[in-house]
Ligand binder design. Structure first.
Ligand code: NAD
Length: 341
C-alpha cells in the first residue's frame, strides 16, 4: 500500500493506493463514521462492511439528485452524526458525487472520504473535489468544490463491474494520455489485451498514472482557471452527444476526443497520423469513434456550454499526443469545423 498526502488549497487529502476495503477500519474510526453505498455495490461488496453504520441508496444516474442527498441527510440525522462524523462514500461516481455534496452541507460541512468502486470513479470522479447532483434535466447543476479527507483505492473492487460498464472508464484514461502522458498512451497500446481482460497489475498501473495526472492538474489549478480546463478534452462535444443520444459518458467522451483531434489537425497542426493512432486506440478499447449526431442539435447545446466566453468556446486541443492546449475558438468557426467532420 502506498500512502500519499496532497495539500489542496483548503484541505489535505490522503490517498491510500492499493489498500483493501477490508482495512478501512485501520484508517477511520468506525464509531465516528457513516457509510453511504448504492444497492449494487452493497450486493457485491457490502459483506466487507459488517458493523459499520450504513445508508444504502438506489443506484444509477437518475437518482443523482437532491432527493438522494436528503435521504443521506435523513440517515446521518438518524445515526445522530455530528460535526466529527466522517461520511464515507463507497461506490462509483454517482455515489462519490452525491456523498461529497451531502457531507458538505450537513451541519455546514462534515469530513468525508471515498472508496471508489468503478474504474471511472478511481481514475476520475473521486479525485479533485467536485461534488454535486443534477437538477431536472440539468446535469451536475448543483455542487461544490471541497476535497475528501481520504480516498482508498482498492484495485480489486472494479473487477465485479458488469461488462457494459467496464469499457467506459478507459475513455478518461485515454484522455490523460492524450493531454499530458505520452508514455501512458504507449502503455495503453501495448497492454490492451490485459487491460480488457481485467489484469489487476495492469489496472493498478493505469489507475496510478491517471490518479497522478488528475492530481497534478488539480493541484495546479483547483478552481479551474487554467490547466484544469485540459481535463475537458473530448468533453465539450462529448457532453452534447451524451445529452442527445443518452449514451454512457465514456462513449460520448470517446466520440468527443476524436472530433477534438480532427479540430486539432486544422487549428494546431496535429499530424493526421496521430489522430489515426487515437482512433485505433479508442476502437481497440471497444469505444465508439464516429460522430453521427445531428449537427444542428449539437451546435445548439454547444452554445449553452459552461465554458463559453462571449462568442467563443475555450476548446481543448492537442499539439501532439501527450500535449494539450486550450484555444478560444469562435462559435462560427466551430460550426464550420463541425460541418467538416
Ligand atoms: P455509477 O456510480 O452510476 O456506477 C455505474 C454502475 O455500476 C452503477 O449501477 C453502480 O451501482 C455499479 N457499480 C459500481 N461499482 C460497482 C462494482 N464494483 N461492481 C458492480 N457494480 C458496480 O457511475 P460511474 O460510471 O462510476 O460514474 C459516473 C458518474 O460520475 C456521473 O454521475 C458523472 O457525472 C460523475 N463524474 C464525476 C466527476 C467529478 O469530478 N466529480 C468526474 C467524472 C464523472
Amino acid at each position: 500500500m502506498i500512502k500519499e498526502t496532497h495539500r489542496f488549497q483548503q484541505q489535505e487529502t490522503t490517498y491510500l493506493l492499493g489498500e483493501s476495503l477490508l482495512q478501512l477500519g485501520n484508517h477511520i474510526d468506525r464509531n465516528r463514521a457513516v457509510v453511504v453505498i448504492d444497492e449494487n455495490v452493497e450486493r457485491h461488496h457490502g459483506y466487507h462492511l459488517h458493523n459499520w453504520k450504513k445508508i444504502v441508496v438506489q443506484a444509477g444516474e437518475d437518482v443523482k439528485n437532491m432527493a438522494t442527498v436528503e435521504k443521506i441527510i435523513d440517515g446521518l440525522a438518524a445515526f445522530e452524526a455530528d460535526r466529527k462524523t466522517t461520511l464515507v462514500g463507497i461506490g462509483g461516481g454517482m455515489i462519490t458525487d452525491v456523498a461529497g455534496f451531502a457531507a458538505s452541507i450537513y451541519m455546514r460541512g462534515i469530513p468525508f472520504g471515498f472508496v471508489p468502486t468503478t474504474l471511472l470513479a478511481q481514475v476520475d470522479a473521486s479525485i479533485g473535489g467536485k461534488n454535486g447532483v443534477s437538477h431536472g434535466k440539468h446535469k451536475n447543476l448543483l455542487g461544490i468544490i471541497r476535497q475528501p479527507s481520504f480516498i482508498l483505492f482498492d484495485y480489486a473492487l472494479p473487477l465485479t463491474m458488469p461488462d457494459e460498464e467496464w469499457h467506459n472508464g478507459f475513455a478518461e484514461i485515454i484522455k490523460y494520455a492524450c493531454i499530458m502522458d505520452a508514455p501512458l498512451f504507449d502503455y495503453l497500446e501495448v497492454n490492451r489485451e490485459k487491460a480488457l481482460s481485467r489484469d489487476v497489475a495492469v489496472l493498478q498501473h493505469l489507475v496510478e498514472r491517471s490518479v497522478a495526472a488528475k492530481t497534478k492538474v488539480v493541484l495546479e489549478d483547483e478552481f479551474e482557471n487554467g490547466p484544469r480546463r485540459w481535463l475537458n478534452f473530448g468533453h465539450t462535444l462529448g457532453h452534447a452527444v451524451e445529452k442527445l443520444e443518452h449514451i454512457a459518458h465514456g462513449k460520448a467522451v470517446a466520440i468527443g476526443m476524436v472530433a477534438a483531434a480532427r479540430f486539432s489537425e486544422k487549428l494546431m497542426a496535429l499530424p493526421q497520423e496521430q489522430t489515426l493512432r487515437l482512433i485505433r486506440l479508442i476502437s481497440d478499447y471497444h469505444l465508439p469513434v464516429a460522430f453521427t449526431s445531428d449537427k444542428e442539435a449539437v451546435f445548439d447545446i454547444f452554445k449553452l456550454d459552461k465554458k463559453r466566453d462571449k462568442d467563443a468556446i475555450h476548446f481543448v486541443l492537442l499539439e501532439e499526443i501527450g500535449k494539450a492546449t486550450t484555444l478560444a475558438v469562435p462559435i462560427t468557426e466551430l460550426k464550420q469545423l463541425m460541418e467538416e467532420l
